[in-house]
Ligand binder design. Sequence first.
Ligand code: ADP
Ligand code: SF4
Length: 674
Amino acid sequence: MDPTHAILFEPVKIGPVTAPNRFYQTPHATGLGWQRPQAGAALRGMKAEGGWGVVCTEYCSIHPTSDDSPHGFLTLWDDSDIPALALTADAIHAHGSLAGIELWHGGAHSSNRMTRVPGIAPDVQPAMFHLPTTARAMDSSDIKAFRGWQRDAALRAKQAGFDIIYVYAGHDYLPFQFLSGRSNTRGDAYGGSLENRARLLREMIEDTKEAVGDTCAVAVRLAVDELHGPRGITSAGEGREVIEMLAELPDLWDVNIAGALGNDSKSARFSAEGFQEPYVAFVKSLTTKPVVSVGRFTSPETMVAQIKRGVQDFIGAARPSIADPFLPLKIREGRADEIRECIGCNMCRAANNEAVHLRCTQNPTMAEEWRQGWHPERIAVLAQRQKVLVVGAGPAGLEAALSLGRRGAEVSLAEAGNTLGGRILRESTLPGLGTWVRVRDWRAHMIGKLPNVQVYPASEMTADDIADFGADHVVLATGSRWRRDGIGVAGMQALDLPKALTPDDIFAGAAVSGPVVIYDDDHYFMGGALADRLRAQGHDVTYVTPHATASSWTAMTDEQGFVQAKLLQAGVKIVVSHLLLGQDAGAVRLACAYTGREEERPCGTLIVATGRIPVDDLFAPLLAAGVAVSRVGDCLQPSSIADAIYAAHRFARGFGAATDAVLRREKPPLKGMI
Ligand code: ADP
Ligand code: SF4
């Protein structure tokens, strides 16, 4: 280990328990929830195996009035929940780490779509879940009952084996709804002054300590700033006062910013490593208790600086631990160069927002530990050494070459361009997407360590070249190109657009003049990011989309609000709910997506970002020539970088196996039920 990193491996006392080091995986969603306890346990156990000294669960509901369906969340509603959660605690303990559990009540933020009981909140409050419903105001008997639920859940968590039990007052959830004057206008002892609004939080800490504090640490997760200015909790105002009031009460402070999760887990497009520091740095000066916070930390030097400068006592991490569950071990073993750094793309957040298994662009094994038996650091060696030619060194080709190389295949990787990276090379030049190049860098670096993988840049392969190469198997990873015909998610008919440019043309340096119109019927980052870039270059830019918001799918990555704000602030004109009909001299024709009413807009350059088509011209001739060939990534299915990496990894894992195994699923036992 680099001796300057030793400080990261010091044990830290948290109340009655001691963390073996300073690596603290803060609670984060996995989409696995109460329905998939074995997958959840395997995921958390992997983090402990990778050296995280503290590993926490995702949010764990304390009562049926807090039901986040359809999203994956845990439950401790009665004793029958204990065995499933004990699996996770045991999996974490198996590697000597501490197990934390984030007890949770969402208040007005809960959908209760599964339990169908009325939601509760400090006041009568329209549901914060985009539902046409209302949470009812809690009276004094509700508050008494609520305190009992927290206490009972804490006792069950202790029984399940957890070492750190959370009181969760962040992310706009119930205790925070009491805290913030924006959501609490009660006239009783729980409303009005800050002391009153903080009363429930104080009682929850005291109750939890009384219930389990003899052997378990009690952590408070608090949003010290909800980014609503003086109308709400701010780190210079009431956030600070709450910490002052309760400074020594919990055993640990886990502090962040709220209100919505998008502020806390901001993407790299809108935040840098350590971006929460200005909000949370004050906390340590007000308490003697250990403090943890997050900030997408991936550099050991930044981590050491966080501790030495007294910002926090732990290195809090959710996304960096998803991208590389073995980050701590790699630092401890002097292999920091092997850290698979989070790129801050928020595909992991998208999985939670879509209510499916967690997925990660950088780490294709994430959430596959149980259902496919994948280990991020281990992969089975091939029974027979095979010669494999991978064509194309974008994300898919790089991942295929790396994973096949780790399996012991004799791999040749041919890339037409002079530089490896494929789409990453272009997309990482867009505003805020510079970190995406880590996808290429990590794979190229790790490939460089494998003597059995040879890389050939500037080597465009024809079907004849490939057939003559004589590989046992050929993997085509030749990517995709943006389509020019305007077919997209909403506009399903081809348009005649002879003068339209595509994003590929822009990256290739095509001249842009006159008013620029970007038509986005793809809805992820490309249309919005191009608008951002061209506007910054001084162009008059109009962004048109058939959807109701700009870059609408980025709502899944918690970025949509930031994208739209940035475009508006930059002076991009945004035209929503309009389809592209065609392009005439100096103008584009649009139609309202609802009424069909047509209009013209001035246009010197039209750029269409509507969808991509595979570059797979080599596939058919190779098949015809009897070559054993497969396609992976965008050349089979144009999609996200995360999907390209995953597809290539899955291909490599299955290479040489007789069948494509069906995914393992968690099924309830049916014995005695039928
Ligand atoms: P993916 O996301 O699936 O990895 P990319 O578009 O990022 O796809 O990468 C595809 C890569 O394949 C590009 O770098 C491109 O230059 C390369 N490529 C395409 N055709 C050939 C070919 N015939 N020979 C070698 N490389 C190719
Ligand atoms: Fe980081 Fe993206 Fe992976 Fe999330 S999906 S952990 S943001 S690399």
